[in-house]
Design a binder for this molecule. Structure first.
Ligand code: MSP
Length: 744
């Protein structure tokens, strides 16, 4: 039996899942489902990458052990996969791999031993001991070269990671190195001999030119004293393996490399090599480092490496927890059918390119392609079968004596016109899907929807139904529509498993002998295999139209509510059973105060925080906030935490009171941007508006906007909180300072 192995990256266990993680899982899931349809025994891996300094730091901040931290994040990933139908129970992944598993340690150690005993193609030791000094980004978990960081503006300060915009750590330590520099020629001949090793082609060129540019040896261990949470280096427990070395190897340990029990359960021999689906952000690790590691350990190369683009925010920045601009899964889950999200992800993102995400676009797509498109085609076809054919799949046959009549009504009596069109579209659909052009493949599938819709509108079954003599013509038209729907179910099952199975059962196929779309090979579909005479099922709407205005208002309202909850002491409603909101609730519980516990938080609130007093109030205030609590010293934060806060010098241009809100002032503040910001501050009981005019203040510029009393507050001003009543005293500058200057 043929086998196929597909993987997603294993995700860092320091952040909660978001749309980016969901996206790559959907892609891999759709590929796996299509392979299974083809009768290929498929193994689909996803999981978490649980070692390294990042996890250690996140755990420390949360007052957990690294393993507890990983367990915590994994529980969210598992909830996400269950909720979005991606787990084994729903026909999704076969293993949720965790690098903290003992069998992984065993396999990785075996891999290291093999690589350490190997010679490079140039006859040198593949792994050697040396010293490393360099700039290390904890968030990327990699050392950065000069072109990968921004030089400091102030001499003596560390440079900044270009991806995360956080400060780098200077690290100098004894380290094991992988002699990557000796593998350049072998890698280049690998790319040359296998044109499809890295896809899409543009990414192949990128990788090739990177390798041509020369490779440096790679530090593959850290001293245990620096990073203790990792796999120990065999025979040298003073070192732990570099997290990427350990993480990449998961793809083979998961199926049994170095562990007989796993080999029996999954089968390295059976499934390797894998197709790796990864984001373009981690292409180099997969297309350069990983193949070189495999060469050293004497393991076959993967089937291929496929790099997808990133979901970016409206300003074009990659969605990530570190930047706090992610699309949250509980919002998606609450407002959209899972299949609409799956469809949107594959249809809207041109695979390999970046895609801008917006809820509006998701609503538009759902309404146009699913509610008005596939959903409408399905319900109009089935409703007509139910109305005009007593709910029985009609016969496609138009007898000789009725052909002329049919022609007269404008219906093409030659069924092959439609079936030929659909067969061709199916072939093109599969071809595009195979080459990972999901968006194009779906466009082609929707040409079938449009074609059948047009066939129905042209034939006007409601008119044919009025003429007893046209009964066969009517039946033939409805049969063609129903048969096309059957084809669409099989073709689209990998993309929309729930909706297609629903149409399938509405077509009366659910309990029939015909195999379910999950087990039908779309390439083997034959026109006419829908048996006439079968009763269709109950007709139910598939994709109800989404009211854009209402849904957007709800989503925005939730965002504001969340921001309000994050900013202070106000109540927030949370959706029971939603893991994301639950997380926020936990964070608030743990901290005992209104921490900035947004669902976008990379790290849950510190457990220590419960022992601390409320932090000084920040004047991005609800009215309740206007009377601040006592001053308290909070637990330590990292410099990287601090750099997340964008503090700017602002100048108050206008200040006024807000009717019926006796604690709030409405300010406009120039922070050096094109337009001044509107900021609400809970200081009206202590400051007259005029006192503030032209005053230079400190503003938190990257706080999520929120609405209070109908006014949007686009930032927060800083003030000391004095005395028991918490009287605010606005932070200001005594020297000349330009608007927009950064505070750091
Ligand atoms: N742990 C490493 C991978 C090790 S694989 C041996 C890692 N983890 S990650 O949590 O950062 O996940 C990275 C992957 O998540 C990306 O390569 C991509 O597949 C997916 N995405 C994360 N953010 C994304 C977007 N904004 N958009 C699309 N996918 C994104 O790197």
């Amino acid at each position: 039996m043929k086998t196929f192995y597909v993987t997603t990256p294993i995700f860092y266990a320091n952040t909660l899942p978001h749309l980016g993680h969901l996206y790559v899982m959907i892609v891999a899931d759709a590929i796996a489902r299509q392979k299974r349809q083809q009768g290929i025994e498929t193994f689909f891996l996803t999981g978490t990458d649980e070692h390294g300094i990042n996890i250690e730091r996140a755990a420390k901040l949360a007052g957990r052990t690294p393993k507890e931290q990983a367990d915590y994040v994994v529980s969210y990933f598992k909830k996400m996969t269950a909720e979005f139908g991606l787990d084994a129970e729903h026909g999704g992944f076969d293993i949720f791999m965790r690098t903290s598993e003992p069998f992984h340690y065993q396999g990785v150690s075996e891999f290291w031993r093999r690589a350490a005993a190997a010679k490079t193609p140039k006859g040198n030791d593949a792994i050697y001991k040396g010293h490393y000094e360099g700039w290390f980004c904890a968030a990327c978990a990699e050392y950065k070269t000069e072109d990968e960081y921004a030089k400091p503006k102030v001499e003596g300060e560390p440079p900044t990671c270009l991806i995360h915009e956080t400060l780098l750590d200077r690290i100098s330590e004894e380290s094991y190195f992988f002699r990557l520099s000796d593998y350049a020629e072998s890698l280049l001949s690998l790319y040359e001999s296998r044109a499809d090793f890295v896809r899409p082609e543009s990414r192949n060129n990128e990788v090739t030119s990177f390798v041509r540019g020369g490779l440096q040896d790679l530090a593959v261990s850290r001293l245990r004293t620096a990073v203790s949470w990792g796999v120990p280096v065999p025979n040298d427990p003073a070192h732990t393996m570099y997290v990427w070395f350990d993480a990449l190897i998961n793809y083979i340990t998961a199926i049994g490399f170095g562990n007989e029990e796993r080999e029996r359960m999954a089968g390295f021999e059976k499934f390797w090599p894998a197709l790796h689906i990864v984001g373009k952000d981690i292409l180099r690790f997969h297309a350069v480092f990983w193949p070189a590691f495999l060469m050293a350990a004497g393991v076959d190369q993967p089937r291929g490496i496929v790099a997808h683009g990133m979901w970016v925010d409206p300003s074009g920045r990659k969605m990530s927890k570190t930047l706090g601009n992610t699309v949250e899964l509980d919002v998606l889950n609450r407002h959209f059918p899972i299949d609409a999200i799956r469809y949107f992800c594959l249809r809207d993102m041109v695979f390999g390119h970046d895609g801008k995400f917006s809820y509006e676009a998701l609503i538009d797509r759902t309404n146009s392609d699913l509610a008005s498109g596939l959903g409408n085609l399905s319900s109009r076809t089935l409703t007509m079968i139910s109305r005009y054919c007593d709910g029985i799949v009609p016969s496609p046959v138009i007898s000789e004596d009725k052909l002329l009549l049919a022609k007269r009504s404008g219906v093409d009596t030659d069924e092959t016109t439609i079936s030929g069109f659909i067969e061709l579209a199916r072939d093109q659909f599969l071809q595009q899907f195979e080459s990972l052009a999901f968006s194009r493949s779906l466009e082609i599938a929707w040409s079938i929807v449009a074609r059948i819709d047009k066939m129905i509108s042209d034939a006007k079954p409601w008119e044919l139904a009025k003429d007893e003599n046209q009964k066969q013509t009517l039946s033939a038209v409805l049969y063609r529509a129903a048969e096309s729907l059957r084809w669409l179910c099989v073709m689209l099952y990998p993309i929309m498993p729930t909706a297609t199975l629903e149409i399938w059962s509405q077509l009366g196929q659910g309990d029939s002998d015909s195999p379910s779309p999950a087990k039908s090979d779309p390439a083997k579909l034959k026109w006419g295999e829908l048996s006439p005479g079968k009763a269709i099922g109950e007709v139910r709407p598939l994709f109800p139209r989404i009211d854009k205005g209402k849904t957007m208002a709800e989503i925005n309202g939730e965002k504001q509510e969340q921001a309000a909850g994050a900013g202070g002491r106000s109540e927030r409603k949370t959706e029971a059973g939603s893991p994301h909101s639950q997380h926020a609730v936990n964070a608030q519980h743990e901290s005992g105060q209104g921490v900035h516990a947004t669902e976008a938080d990379a790290v849950p609130a510190s457990a220590n925080a419960s022992e601390t007093k409320p932090a000084p109030p920040m004047q991005h205030a609800t009215e309740a906030d206007a009377v601040p609590g006592a001053i308290g010293v909070t637990s330590f934060i990292d410099i990287t935490d601090f750099t997340k806060v964008d503090l700017r010098v602002g100048e108050v241009l206008t200040a006024e009171r807000i009717p019926k809100a006796d604690k709030l002032l409405l300010l406009t503040v120039d922070i050096g941007e094109e337009k001044p910001r509107q900021i609400l501050a809970g200081i009206a009981q202590y400051y007259e508006p005029e006192q503030l005019l032209r005053r230079k203040i400190a503003v938190v510029a990257n706080l999520k906007p929120r609405k209070l009393r109908g006014y949007e507050s686009q930032g927060m001003l800083l003030a000391a909180s004095v005395g028991d009543e918490g009287k605010p005293v606005i932070a200001t500058f005594t020297e000349e300072v330009p608007n927009g200057a950064k505070l750091k």
